[in-house]
Write a protein that binds this ligand. Sequence first.
Ligand code: ADP
Ligand code: ADP
Ligand code: ZN
Length: 217
Amino acid sequence: MRLLIMGPPGAGKGTQAEALVVKYNIPHISTGDIFRSALREGTPLGLEAKEYMDRGQLVPDDLVVSIVVDKLESLGSGSGFLLDGFPRTLPQAEALDGRLKDLGGGLDAVINIEVPPQVIVERLTGRRVCRQCSSTYHLKHNPSQVRGICDTCGGELYQRDDDSLETVQERLDVYNRQTQPLIKHYQEQGLLLSVDGTKEIPAVLEAITAALKQKEE
Ligand code: ADP
Ligand code: ADP
Ligand code: ZN
C-alpha cells in the first residue's frame, strides 16, 4: 500500500499514521520527524531546517524533496509506504509524481483529514511528543499513562517549540496558502479520501480504514 496522509497542522496525521503503519505493515515517512531527529543529532540538515520550523515556515522544496527521494529509493521500488507531512507544496507534489513514475508505481490513495481552524489551536498547544520515539500524545484527548512519560518506550515527553500559540497561527496561514491547493491536485487524480478529523481518535481511524477498503473494492 502506497499512502499519503495530509491535513492542516494538528489534524491528527501523525496519530493516525502510527496506527496505519502497523495495520498495513508499511514504513512511516514523516518529514517533520526526520527534521526533528536531524536537529537532535545536531546535523547541518537539522540546523538548517530549524531556522524555518521555528518560524512556522516551510523548509525549501529542494531540500525536502531530496530527502524523501533518497528515502523512497532506499526502500526499493516494490515497497509500500505512508508519507506524512509530505508533500506540502505543488512543486513537492509534482516532484513526487515524477519520482513514483520512475520507480514504477503511483499512490494508492491520499487521506485528507479535515479539521476546522478553531479545533487546531487547542490540539497543538496540548500536544506532547516523545523525545525518543516521536509518539504523540495530548494532555486532554490522548494522555500518557504516567504524566510526562511515553507509554511505548518510557522516553520523556516534551512540547515542540513550534506548538506555541504565535507559531501555530503562522503555520495555519502557510497551510492555507501553500498546502491546501494539493487537495485539488489529488482530487483530479481520483486519489483523495477525505475524512472528518473532529471525531475521536479511534473513530477517525475507522473512517480511514473504511474509506481505504471501499476504494480497493
Ligand atoms: P505538523 O504537525 O504541523 O503537521 P510537521 O511535524 O509535519 O508538522 O512539520 C513541522 C515543520 O517541519 C513544518 O512546519 C515545516 O517547517 C517542516 N516541514 C515538515 N515537512 C515539510 C515539507 N514537506 N516541506 C517543507 N517543510 C516541512
Ligand atoms: P499532525 O501530525 O496532523 O500535526 P497529531 O497527530 O500530532 O497531528 O495530532 C495533534 C494533537 O492532537 C496531538 O496532541 C494528538 O494527540 C491530538 N489528536 C490527534 N487526533 C485527535 C482526535 N481525533 N481528537 C482529539 N485529539 C486528537
Ligand atoms: Zn517514546
